[in-house]
Design a protein around this ligand. Structure first.
Ligand code: SF4
Length: 391
């Protein structure tokens, strides 16, 4: 099993909080697509023949390209033509009632979801849509410098649903200073009323060297209040439970069985290939990340050269990654797995550390598998950090 991530490095404008690699200018769209095709060819052996079961177009803003433009750029052998065609679905997974499961996600910005865009999507292989809503309150969207309105966000969800797409995820951001507890509750009520199977909720993080950090520093923008953020996180956990959603990862909630297969594969240590500038790849033994510079990315592809940095992971790094990612999920961190992959010495180290957190009510242990409690989810990074094996 394996995944492919494709990074689309363009946005209409930069959101104030964003530190992802993307450019507000779209001048280089055409050469980027050409470079992407070359990179697909150059990396075709990276996954060593593993079955690709998910493809994720993220960014940036993937919806700066029309569905038709994507149809001209399928990853070789990875995406079938809709309705059959010459390329058979690769690596089919068994599905209830027969057939195959293949998850092909496209991130969409709400303002791009027009009737004609959605109509064009019908000809593509995308079968899951992740909408960058962030908030259903215009004040929050202004604070974040998003390029859409709350009304456009609602319209986008309804338009996709009206067209027959129900596999929709909504991204939300909590802890925005313009949003009080009551406004955030209203936001959540709207999100859960939309009948989508998946909601992601991320804490607003003020990253260094972003316009948001600069404006908060200059006291032009209100700072993020940690207590508000914690109480809003508690609200989303509570409301998700009330609506029958599972918190299958700290920031991700879905109806049972409707989790993102692509992201879950990341957390389960499944290999993936990242394409596009700044995209990361993982093959089980090493991580590598492409250059975060579009001009250099295009120039290197034109020369037929891949330009990336790579880190070979030590056993301790692999253990640390396993602890960090597994603890964040509802499947938990398994002592048996630690023993079989990393040996008894590291397993002893883990269980001693974990038992401290069990006593504090931040972890629970069930048959050798450790899970964060709701309280523990507030301190997930600190807990994982204290369980890291440093050598
Ligand atoms: S749309 Fe996404 S990638 Fe683009 S600037 Fe905003 S947050 Fe960053």
């Amino acid at each position: 099993m394996a995944g492919i991530y494709i990074h689309i490095p363009f946005c209409k404008r930069k959101c104030h909080y964003c530190n992802f690699f993307s450019l507000a200018s779209q001048k280089m769209k055409e050469p980027f697509l050409k470079a992407l095709r070359i990179e697909m060819e150059l990396t075709r052996d990276y996954l060593a023949g593993a079955e690709v079961n998910t493809v994720y177009f993220g960014g940036g803003t993937p919806s700066v390209f029309s569905p038709g433009e994507y149809l001209m750029t399928p990853p070789p052998g990875a995406l079938p033509k809709k309705g059959g065609g010459e390329t058979p679905p690769p690596n089919p997974l068994p599905k209830k009632g027969g057939g195959v499961v293949r998850e092909v996600t496209l991130e969409l910005n709400p303002e791009d979801v027009t009737e004609s865009y959605v109509e064009e999507l019908k000809d593509t292989w995308f079968n899951r849509f992740s909408l960058g809503v962030q908030s259903f309150a215009d004040d929050d969207l202004t604070y974040l410098n998003r390029s859409h309105s709350a009304a456009q966000a609602l319209r986008a969800v309804k338009l996709l649903q009206k067209t027959g797409y129900e596999n929709i995820s909504i991204d939300l951001i909590y802890g925005v200073p313009s949003s009080s507890g009551q406004l955030w509750k209203k936001n959540l009520e709207i999100a859960f009323s939309l009948d989508v199977p998946h909601i992601s909720a991320y804490a607003l993080t003020v990253e260094q060297r972003t316009p948001l950090a600069w404006m908060i520093n200059k006291q032009r923008y209100a700072p993020v209040n940690d207590e508000d953020q914690i109480s809003q996180f508690r609200q989303v956990m509570q409301m998700a439970k009330e609506h029958g959603f599972q918190q299958y990862e700290i920031s991700n909630f879905s109806k049972p069985g409707r989790h993102s297969v692509h992201n879950t594969n990341y957390w389960n240590g499944i290999q993936y290939l990242g394409l596009g500038p700044s995209a990361h790849s993982y093959n089980g033994n090493s991580r590598r990340w492409n250059i975060s510079n579009l001009t250099e990315y295009i120039a290197s592809m034109e020369k037929g050269e891949l330009k990336y940095e790579e880190e070979i992971l030590s056993p301790a790094q692999k253990y640390n990654e396993y602890v960090m990612t597994s603890l964040r999920t509802m499947w938990g961190c398994s002592l048996e797995k630690i023993i079989s992959h990393f040996g008894f010495r590291i397993a002893d180290f883990f269980s001693q550390g974990a038992s401290r957190f069990v006593k504090q009510g931040l972890l629970v242990e069930l048959s050798g598998v450790y899970f964060l409690t709701d309280e523990g989810k507030l301190f997930a990074d600190r807990i994982a950090g204290e369980l890291f094996f440093l050598c």
